[in-house]
Design a protein around this ligand. Structure first.
Ligand code: FES
Ligand code: FE
Length: 425
């Protein structure tokens, strides 16, 4: 199938408004290629939280689609996002996940780049190049970047709308996770690989509270969460550009450190505070592949929330590297930080019980979507849940809000946005 034939086929077979999502889009290598070109080269992509690189010289290496980048806190005090490709002959310049360096020396021939990207030194330059090499033209490629609430995003697309506009109304909800207090990451992110399509992570994040009853049923049996349809209560909200969330509320208990109440009230609007006060959980998808999660549970005699965020980093049509950060209020007590970190490890960390259940679902669905049969028969999955429902108009936050989280409205909106992106001229 040529690229234009594939685009035509996608236009004909993906019908989000009818709840029809074909199986092949979750594993076809050509669809993946198109996603890399049309989404991961064009969109804003989350890379790092500012608290990961607080000091001059700090850096982390991250992925933008298929490309490695270095996010540095340069010696000039600015944040830089640099393509991790030596401008001499293409070696991967930095092979560490994180660290602190004034400069990076290429492991191939030793070109030496400052943490701002400038080329500083070339071995035997006079002898091997004479006066012909202009170092000022051979700095690392700097990628367009911006930040919101401490979240650093970058895009390869010089034509992309500003980050602020791209995020739009989802910022109101990001504030609950990242702006409610001064937040800091709890060490470097955990990473693990799952054999699944990245879209299943995003689709599960943006709309699927329905699976909790069954997939995570064993957790209710252990008494860690209530049994029954508890995951239904709250709102499903779509804010545009493929971003949306599920908001679990009300929570009869306050799940955040009491002593920070004044800070929360100061930093949030009264409406945002009203939501945080009653929040049980919040699961946000920032398109294309970022998830933010606030979840809370009874733990050691109190209601404890933990806040984490992650990427479904594509590593091929049927593989993701999940990268997960845990974040906590900088001014919380040591005891609270420990409790919060422990609940994260128990639930959504690499070995968390929720995590294991979800990975198994996505691995099997990805496997089930493979093969010529699906293209030939045009098999599709059913995303029609909640099509009979109407949004409510009295929810305090922005976006299209449905009362009750059992709904696939957000997944339909996510796939509409996805389809528009992959089929764009
Ligand atoms: Fe980096 Fe040659 S490829 S110095
Ligand atoms: Fe789940």
């Amino acid at each position: 199938m040529t690229k234009s034939e594939l685009i035509q086929h996608l236009k004909e077979t993906v019908k989000p408004e009818e709840g029809i999502i074909p199986a092949y889009i979750f594993s076809h290598p050509k669809v993946y290629e198109l996603e890399m070109e049309k989404i991961f080269l064009k969109s804003w992509l989350f890379l790092a939280h500012k608290s990961e690189i607080p000091n001059k010289g700090d850096f982390v290496t991250r992925q933008m689609g298929e490309h490695s980048v270095i996010v540095t806190h340069g010696s000039d005090g600015d944040i830089h996002v640099l393509l991790n490709v030596c401008t001499h002959r293409g070696m991967k310049l930095c092979r560490m996940d994180h660290g602190n360096e004034k400069s990076f020396v290429c492991p191939y021939h030793g070109f030496n780049f400052k943490n701002t990207g400038d080329l500083a030194g070339v071995p035997f330059q006079k002898e091997v190049y004479g006066d012909t090499l202009d170092k000022s033209k051979m700095g690392l490629k700097e990628i367009r970047h911006d930040e919101y609430a401490g979240l650093i995003f970058a895009t390869f697309n010089e034509e992309a709308v500003p980050l602020d506009e791209y995020l739009g109304d989802i910022k109101w909800y990001l504030d609950l996770a990242f702006n409610r207090a001064e937040m800091e990451v709890q060490g470097p992110p955990m990473k693990w690989v799952v054999n699944a399509s990245w879209k299943l992570g995003s689709d599960n994040t943006i709309s699927d509270s329905y699976h909790t009853l069954v997939s995570h049923g064993s957790i209710a049996k252990l008494g860690l969460v209530p049994s029954g349809d508890y995951s239904k209560y709250g709102y499903q909200i779509y804010t545009g550009n493929g971003h949306g969330l599920n908001l679990g509320m009300p929570n009869p208990h306050f799940a955040f450190p009491e002593e920070l109440t004044e800070e929360y009230k100061e930093r949030l609007s009264p409406e945002q505070w009203g939501v945080l006060e009653k929040l049980k959980n919040m699961i946000v998808c920032v398109s294309p592949h970022m998830m933010i999660l606030i979840s809370s549970m009874d733990f050691k005699g109190k209601q404890v929330s933990n806040t984490s965020f992650r990427l479904w980093q594509p590593k091929g049509p049927d593989k993701i590297e999940i990268t997960q950060w845990q974040i906590v209020e900088k001014n919380a007590t040591k005891e609270w930080k420990e409790l919060s970190n422990q609940t994260n490890s128990l639930t959504f960390g690499a070995s968390g019980i929720f995590e294991q259940d979800d990975s198994e679902n996505w691995t099997d669905i990805t496997q089930n979507s493979k093969g010529a049969y699906h293209l030939q028969e045009n098999t599709f999955f059913n995303y029609t849940q909640g099509m009979h429902k109407k949004p409510v108009d009295d929810f305090v936050g922005p976006g299209i809000a449905y009362e009750n989280k059992f709904n696939e409205a957000n997944a339909r909106a996510f796939f509409r946005n996805w389809l528009d992106q992959v089929t764009a001229e």
